[in-house]
Ligand binder design. Structure first.
Ligand code: CNA
Length: 273
């Protein structure tokens, strides 16, 4: 494969998707960097600014005020961002019944904003807060307002401490999301991994399980991937490669590729205000 350009791999990857019966996508932070959200382990990654232990459940329970302050800035920023062509391409492939589910490690809600419907959020969502005492959930705004007023966010029913509904290091993954993700992994014949280093477990086991049952694995990622599971590895920005893959797949299926780039079109103009 040496000397091969990433564009040359779009066609064979599209052929796999076009003849699949149950293709799924597994996405990571890399699909959202073009929307302005830094990943964890890339060159501009969050770990270069804030140490990862500050996002562990133990650290949160010891220092909830400090961690809520960290999330306040991050969540406010995320809420204002728009999907990029990576999200639109995956949404289009789902609406054309090529992808049956999008399993994401992201908490940013951008797949849903782009129109994806069957999104399985393995690591929770930034949109809610949950009471650690009684389990009630709240829109994130309810908690962020209290943080802005200099208070620890508390449940209005029982007074318990609220936690963002994102999975912190040291916490288990949401059981229903995990069950649904592995349900799809076991049935899939193609797994499209996009923008993930495949470092974090158990999400990284999805392509491993699928491959052990005969599925083909396509990886679209820039930078190091920690598991050697790819049948086709496209080293390119997801916001360029996924729309191209979407167009080519739909072309092979005899369908229009319109919509693969989202409202900005292939020029990508107007992506961010
Ligand atoms: P990661 O380990 O940071 O890997 C991301 C990968 O994407 C790296 O290999 C990057 O080099 C690569 N990458 C970055 N930008 C692009 C791009 N434009 N095109 C192609 N590849 C790119 O993140 P993972 O998702 O694998 O790890 C899982 C963590 C990250 C989960 O716990 C997430 O919750 C968490 N996370 C989520 C978000 C978000 O919601 N947007 C942001 C940051 C971290």
């Amino acid at each position: 494969m040496s000397g091969e350009k990433w564009e040359d791999l779009i066609r064979p990857a599209a052929e796999l998707l076009a003849k699949s019966r149950h293709a799924i996508a597994l996405t990571g932070a890399g699909v959202s960097t073009a929307s302005g959200i830094p990943d964890f382990r890339g060159p501009q990654g969050l770990w270069r600014k804030i140490p990862s232990y500050k996002f562990s459940i133990d650290y949160f329970l010891e220092n909830p005020g400090e961690v809520w302050e960290l999330y306040l800035q991050r969540f406010r920023a995320i809420g204002a961002l728009k999907p990029n062509p990576s999200h639109y391409a995956l949404a289009k492939l789902e609406s054309e019944s090529v992808l049956k589910a999008i399993i994401t490690q992201n908490i940013d809600g951008l797949h849903q904003k782009a129109g994806s419907r069957n999104v399985i959020e393995l690591h929770g969502t930034f949109k809610k807060a949950v009471c650690l005492q009684c389990g009630r959930t709240y829109p994130i705004e309810y908690a962020l307002r209290q943080v802005e007023e200099g208070r620890l966010p508390r449940c209005e029913y029982c007074g318990g401490l609220l936690k963002p509904a994102v999975v912190m290091f040291g916490e288990p993954l949401p059981a229903v999301a995990l069950t649904r993700a592995f349900f799809h992994a076991e049935r899939s014949d193609v797994v499209l991994v996009a923008g993930s280093s495949l470092y974090v477990s158990p999400a990284n086991q999805i392509p491993v399980i699928a491959k052990a049952r005969g599925a083909k694995v396509i990886i679209v990622n820039l930078g190091e991937v920690y598991l050697d599971v790819a049948d086709i590895k496209i080293e390119a920005p997801t916001e360029k490669a996924l729309p191209r893959l979407c167009e080519e797949t739909l072309r092979l299926l005899g369908k229009e590729g319109e919509g693969c780039w989202g409202p900005g079109g292939a020029s990508g103009e107007g992506l961010q205000d």
